[in-house]
Write a protein that binds this ligand. Structure first.
Ligand code: GRF
Length: 226
C-alpha cells in the first residue's frame, strides 16, 4: 500500500528531488501529499511545482512560539492526508505535538555519522575535525535534535586537505540514496524499534550490486533501485 507523506523543507530540496525521482522510477512506494517550507521562495518549492505536488509556505516567524507553529504544521499535514512526515533539510526542531500526531513516523536526514556532529554545519564540523570517515544518517525523530533511533548510515572517506564543500557534496550524493531507501522500508512497514535499535525486516528486493560510487560503506545494504 502506498504511504501518503508530507515533506518539510527549508531550502534547495535536493533530498526532496531524490524522493520524487525514486517515486517516479517506481521503486519508492509513497505519495507526497504536500511539501511545506518554513522559508518562502526556496528552490524546493519550485521542485514540488515542477512535479505537480501541492506545496505551501508556513513561515515560523508568523507564530509566537514553537508549540503554535507545530500545531499549524500538524493541521496542514493532516489536512493533506499525510500519514508520515519526512524532514528533508527542514532547519527547525519539531516538538512533541507533531511527534505525537505521527508516532514513529517522522524521519530526518542528517549530513553526519550521528552521534558525531549533530546540529548545524555538520559537514564543516567533520572537515574541520579531521575525521577519516564522514557520512550521513537517516533516523527516526525524537524530541532531541539529531538524536532518534538510527535507520541507516552511509560513509564516505574524508580526504586530507579536502574542504567542507567538496566533502559535503559527496555526502549529499549518498543522502540521496539512503533517504529514499529508509522511507521505502517505512512504507513497507519493515522497521521495528527495540530500545532505540532499529531492525530492518527482510524484504523481497535483492540487494544492490551496482557500484559506481566512491568507496563507501552502507549498512544495512541498499536494495536494487536505490
Ligand atoms: C542536507 O544536507 C540534509 O542532510 C540537511 O540539510 C541539507 C538539505 O539539503 N538536513 P536539500 O535541501 O535536501 O538539498
Amino acid at each position: 500500500m502506498t504511504l501518503p507523506i508530507g515533506v518539510l523543507i527549508s531550502g534547495s530540496g535536493s533530498n526532496l528531488q531524490a524522493l520524487i525521482d525514486r517515486m517516479e522510477a517506481g521503486v519508492l512506494d509513497v505519495t507526497i501529499q504536500t511539501v511545506i517550507s518554513n522559508i518562502p521562495g526556496v528552490k524546493g518549492l519550485e521542485r514540488a511545482a515542477n512535479h505537480g505536488i501541492p506545496s505551501l509556505t508556513l513561515s515560523h516567524g508568523d507564530y509566537p512560539d514553537r508549540e503554535s507553529y507545530d500545531r499549524v504544521l500538524v493541521r496542514a499535514l493532516r489536512d493533506a492526508g499525510a500519514q508520515a512526515v519526512v524532514l528533508a533539510g527542514f532547519m527547525r526542531l519539531v516538538g512533541p505535538e507533531l511527534l505525537a500526531a505521527f508516532p514513529g513516523r517522522v524521519l530526518n536526514i542528517h549530513p553526519a555519522l550521528l552521534p558525531s556532529f549533530p546540529g548545524l554545519h555538520a559537514q564543516d564540523q567533520a572537515a574541520e575535525y579531521g575525521v577519516r570517515l564522514a557520512g550521513c544518517t537517516v533516523h527516526f525523530v525524537d524530541e532531541e535534535a539529531d538524536h532518534g533511533p538510527i535507520i541507516i548510515q552511509a560513509t564516505v572517506p574524508a580526504l586530507p586537505g579536502e574542504g567542507a564543500e567538496e566533502l559535503g557534496g559527496r555526502i549529499l550524493a549518498l543522502e540521496h540514496r539512503i533517504f529514499p531507501q529508509a522511507l521505502q522500508w517505512l512504507a513497507e512497514g519493515r522497521l521495528d524499534v527495540q530500545n532505540r535499535h532499529v531492525v530492518v525486516r527482510p524484504g523481497e528486493r535483492p540487494l544492490a550490486t551496482r557500484n559506481g560510487l566512491p568507496p563507501c560503506l552502507v549498512f544495512p545494504p541498499l536494495e536494487e533501485g536505490f
